[in-house]
Write a protein that binds this ligand. Structure first.
Ligand code: PEP
Length: 656
């Protein structure tokens, strides 16, 4: 069964195994220096305790490399958690084994056990299945709340999920997904990114990605030197990455082509030597003298950035603006931190602080509670921003969910192509289709071509759909095909209630509902078509029609089943006619459909549902339609029959 967040689970009396990231910094006396990661996990922890679950927490700590290292025990975390909760948190002697099992078996509702450091076992980082299975034996529900390690395919992070029927994200992970994922996929604009810190290397992918999606990019820190050099501006003795100057040029070029405004510093704060106690001087960037080292942006730049940030609605900040670890060079980093805090509190800016150094800087500035979101992840936040699929999040989607609403581009071949033509076409598609984590692809051939096409495509990332299905499994139903049969032929998606079936074959909301239930029972994914006729739109009743269709389709369908569905909005007047709904009309209806789903299943689940648009979607209109926030792909007839057009549409989706 599937779920998205902890809210939808019954926790009372259940053993709830939660993966946290309690890898907090310690001082030389093994005292916790910064407990942010513990504090941020508290909402999930408290929810489980208050709901009467038996809470089993697990985490890694430091890098003991598979050995028991007493200084890397989670004892300080257990103590701090006990203090924060006002309740005893028992530290287990290990994370697996009979003693731990025994301890867990004696837990009462609301008790908390923290397992000892997972990385005392080398199997954890190796992603060992047996080790994951042993951990899984301890719980009945698995909650993932360790964003900081979600980019690692470690045993307790991603491998473990498959041993559970019930998996969910905790509140910490949910927040990270909502803020970072939301800004990357569907930001309020203008979207700005501050990219700073010492080096470009390690950040190239994220910069390239942010150029794709941002309206403005502000450059600071050591990165600025390399970027200035790429523009032919001398930077004296400043730190530059000589081997990255060409990449910096490419970055500037890409930004120009994409129309993303890049803001470079107007002036720099320089030092005579790279240390705190040294002579300081501000230079305009084009006038920096040879024997000075730039250590951060200058005052004119702060003012310029302040002005340029004023109209921004979303901001991702990665990397400090100066060498803030040197007190004498920290001022500008802190000023920028203050400006962003002010805009967040007073201007409605959605501010996201990502990356360990930046989080440390805003903490030192005493402003860390003034932003919309300070990520707990360093590397994980970077990879998530690059658009990579993180194993610790993806393992939740293998249970049927996609909190990121990946695009689905689906081709409905209708009654076209013989089996031989279909196989040839599948072979051609295989050659031209890009493989991208953000886009899923499905083709729905005629029934008798399904298996041959599946055989051709089974090793590719292209999935198979059927254009219809019958709800009974077997029997005297001449001419019908059951879900089981389709499943055995390689089908993953079943299109249900296509308007042509409603129009010519007597499909009703009732039969649609029966088909959806049959498809869900077999674990396939229904693609449920809804949409109004032209005269209904002309009468202004299109929303009522679609609402009735949705409510009819989902009658009696439980939340857990609902999580697997895809919806396709297909205005009947646009199908195969060459007429397309305008992007505004389509977006309005998609948002409306989402609001109906919200009323039935709640906000977070409606947000996780993919709603495709169908109706003469083609290469020309794809970008405009697919860029709309509530359009998550396309159900495509005519244009899916031409390999170049279909692959171009996939390419367009990938670029969005
Ligand atoms: C369809 O068959 O679902 C469809 C949308 O067709 P077309 O793209 O040709 O309008």
């Amino acid at each position: 069964m599937n779920t998205l967040t902890i809210d939808s689970l019954e926790l009372k009396g259940k053993k709830v195994l939660v993966r946290c990231d309690f890898n907090v910094p310690l001082d030389e006396n093994l005292k916790i220096r910064d407990d942010k990661r513990i504090v941020d996990a508290l909402p999930t922890i408290k929810k489980i305790i208050y709901d009467g679950g038996k809470l089993i927490l697990m985490s890694h700590f430091g890098r003991p490399k598979g050995k028991v290292v007493p200084e890397m025990s989670l004892k300080p975390v257990a103590d701090r958690l006990s203090e924060l909760l006002g309740k005893k948190v028992i530290l287990a002697p290990d994370c697996i084994g009979d003693e731990v099992k025994d301890l867990v078996s004696k837990m009462n509702d609301g008790d908390v056990v923290l397992l000892e450091n997972l990385r005392f076992h080398e199997e954890e980082e190796a992603g060992n299945e047996e080790f994951a299975a042993k951990l899984a034996e301890l719980g009945e529900i698995y909650i993932s709340d360790a964003f900081g390690v979600c980019h690692r395919a470690h045993a307790s992070v991603s491998i473990i999920a498959k041993y559970f029927d019930k998996v969910a994200s905790g509140y910490l992970l949910k927040n990270e997904i909502e803020y970072i994922g939301g800004a990357m996929k569907n930001p309020q604009r203008p979207l700005a990114a501050i990219l700073a810190g010492n080096k470009i290397s390690g950040k190239i992918d994220v910069i390239m990605k942010l150029i794709d999606i941002s309206d403005k990019i502000f450059i600071g820190g050591g990165i600025a030197n390399t970027m200035l050099l790429a523009k032919g501006i001398e930077v004296g003795k400043s730190l530059v990455e000589a081997d990255k100057v060409d990449i910096a040029r490419e970055i500037l070029k890409k930004a120009e082509i994409k129309g993303t405004k890049i803001l470079l510093p107007l002036d720099m704060l320089c030092g005579k030597e790279f240390k705190n106690e040294t002579e300081l001087k501000y230079f305009d960037t084009d006038k920096q003298e040879k024997d000075w080292i730039a250590m951060g942006i200058g005052e004119k730049t702060v003012l310029n950035y302040k002005e340029e940030l004023a109209d921004c609605k979303t901001l991702i900040w990665n990397g400090p603006m100066s060498v803030f670890e040197f007190e004498n060079f920290a001022k500008e980093t802190f000023e920028i931190a203050e400006i962003i805090a002010d805009y967040t509190q007073n201007n409605g800016l959605i501010s996201i602080i990502g990356g360990g150094d930046t989080a440390a800087a805003v903490k030192i500035a005493g402003l860390d509670d003034k932003y919309s979101h300070v990520s707990t992840g360093g590397g994980a936040a970077m990879e998530y921003m690059e658009g990579k699929k993180l194993p610790g999040i993806a393992c939740l989607s293998t249970k049927g969910f996609d909190p990121n609403r990946r695009f689905l581009i689906a081709g409905n071949w209708k009654m076209n192509k013989t089996p031989r033509e279909s196989i040839k076409f599948a072979k051609d598609l295989e050659k031209v289709m890009i493989n991208d984590d953000n886009v899923e692809i499905m083709v729905a051939p005629v029934f008798n071509s399904i298996y041959p096409v599946y055989s051709e495509l089974k090793k590719t990332h292209i999935d198979i759909g059927s254009q219809d299905v019958f709800w009974e499994n077997s029997g005297a139903y001449t001419g019908e095909v059951s879900v089981k049969m389709l499943k055995l032929s390689g089908v993953k998606y079943c299109i249900i209630g296509h308007s042509e079936r409603r129009q010519y074959f007597g499909e009703t909301d009732e039969t649609v509902n029966k088909k959806i239930k049959a498809v869900l029972k077999e674990g396939l994914v229904p693609v449920i078509c809804v949409g109004e006729m032209l005269e209904q739109r002309e009468k202004g009743i299109e929303k009522q029609i679609v609402k009735d269709q949705i409510e009819g389709a989902f009658a009696g369908i439980e939340l857990n089943d609902y999580l697997n569905v895809v919806i396709a909005y297909e205005p009947v007047w646009a199908i195969g006619t060459g007429k397309t709904a305008t992007p505004e009309q389509a977006q309005e209806m998609h948002a409306f459909i989402r609001s109906i789903l919200k009323d039935i299943y709640g906000n977070e689940f409606s947000q996780a549902t993919r709603i495709l648009y169908g109706g003469s979607l083609n290469v020309q209109n794809a970008k405009d339609l697919l860029s709309r926030p509530d359009i998550d792909g396309g159900l495509i007839g005519g244009a899916s029959l031409k390999k170049d057009d279909f692959s171009k549409i996939v390419e367009i989706a990938k670029e969005i």
